[in-house]
Design a protein. Structure first.
Length: 352
């Protein structure tokens, strides 16, 4: 399969990856042949990138970091926790810890992890999908920083609940997050304090989770909020979540930031070292991020256009690209460039 922009979809394209709602309901299933109506619905849902089947790339199967079922269950847990907190009820601590334990175990079990898949989100699930993705990204970083299992579970809970204060914000702000006025931006910033106040009074949760919610927008140079903390004043787990939060916002829609491709997000993160983030965790994080996710369509320095079909985990910026002379449906044999071996060839543009 390969990744395409919704604006490039054609009637008859076959969906390669199922699209879910926040509650885990199937919105559009894998294998569905797309019609003009379906394509229009995808646009209405705010989805910009999907995976489609392609006979030339039938062997290309982008792998998520965690199992699809665990991702859906985590999204459902966040939605349920949000509803419970909104009405003043206790969070289902057992269910939360159970799904966190499964995700931590899954990530610990994998020998080498390279985040090489773009997340597919609709308007209805972007807040919950963001929280789950931040959890996964934070755990990947926490693992390479050699955190023990107990700390990883605390990190996971804090990451899942880092934006819980959003539930108290006016709906019009949440619905228009990409075009907020200065006054609305100030209201948005209150979510860190609201989340902290909510989580710290819940005895079923570790107090560190509350501090992660409180501090994930603090910057090491003191320019963050709400308390302008500097350097080591910021909890180390909150710094991990901040890096994951920023990367995920940069690479997804409906986040209040302009969406960019992963290789651009990696450059932006490096540029924030010494300002928002310390150098070492960012360096470790980027070692586990595929700059050009599997399934991406790219232009090479040779002028050829191809699709990323595999990764080189040791050098995430140099993937394997399959090129056809005619990117239509010609019968010619493809050429594959392993960019670790072909060092004079490089990617000049992502075309999705």
């Amino acid at each position: 399969m390969r990744q395409v922009s919704v604006n490039s979809l054609k009637m008859g394209d076959v969906l390669g990856k199922t699209i879910y709602s926040s509650s885990g309901r199937i919105l559009l299933g894998k294998g569905v042949k797309l019609t003009p109506l379906y394509i229009s619905k995808l646009r209405e849902m705010g989805i910009t990138i999907v995976y489609i089947e392609d006979d030339r790339f039938v062997d290309v199967v982008p792998e998520d970091v965690i199992d699809e079922e665990n991702r859906r269950e985590a999204m459902a847990v966040i939605e349920q926790a949000s509803q419970s907190i909104r009405v003043g009820k206790s969070v289902d601590d057992f269910h939360l810890r159970n799904v966190v334990s499964k995700i931590v175990e899954e990530i610990l079990f994998k020998k080498d992890i390279l985040v090489n898949m773009m997340d597919i989100r609709s308007k209805d699930n972007h807040i919950f999908a963001h929280s789950v993705n931040v959890c996964v990204l934070a755990l990947v970083l926490g693992k390479v920083m050699l955190l023990d299992k107990e700390k990883l579970e605390t990190l996971a809970i804090g990451a899942l609940l880092h934006d819980i204060g959003m539930i108290y914000l006016p709906q019009e702000i949440l619905e228009n997050i990409n075009s907020l006025s200065e006054e609305e931006e100030e209201v948005m910033k209150i979510h860190t304090t609201l989340g902290f106040e909510e989580l710290r009074k819940r005895k079923e949760l570790n107090l560190v989770a509350a501090h992660i919610a409180y501090q994930h927008h603090e910057n090491i140079d003191g320019s963050g909020y709400p308390r302008q903390l500097k350097g080591d004043e910021i909890h180390s787990l909150a710094q991990i979540v901040a890096i994951a939060d920023t990367y995920d916002k940069l690479t997804s829609d409906h986040s209040g930031m302009k969406r960019v491709m992963p290789h651009e997000a990696c450059e932006i993160l490096m540029g924030l070292v010494g300002k928002q983030f310390p150098k070492e965790p960012v360096r470790l994080f980027l070692r586990n991020i595929a700059a050009y996710p599997t399934g991406s369509t790219v232009r090479l320095s040779t002028g050829e256009i191809g699709v990323v079909v595999d990764q080189n985990p040791s050098i995430p910026t140099r993937p394997i690209v399959r090129v056809f002379k005619d990117m239509g449906y010609g019968a010619e044999q493809p050429t594959e460039y392993n960019m670790v071996e072909n060092r004079t060839i490089f990617i000049t543009e992502v075309l999705n």
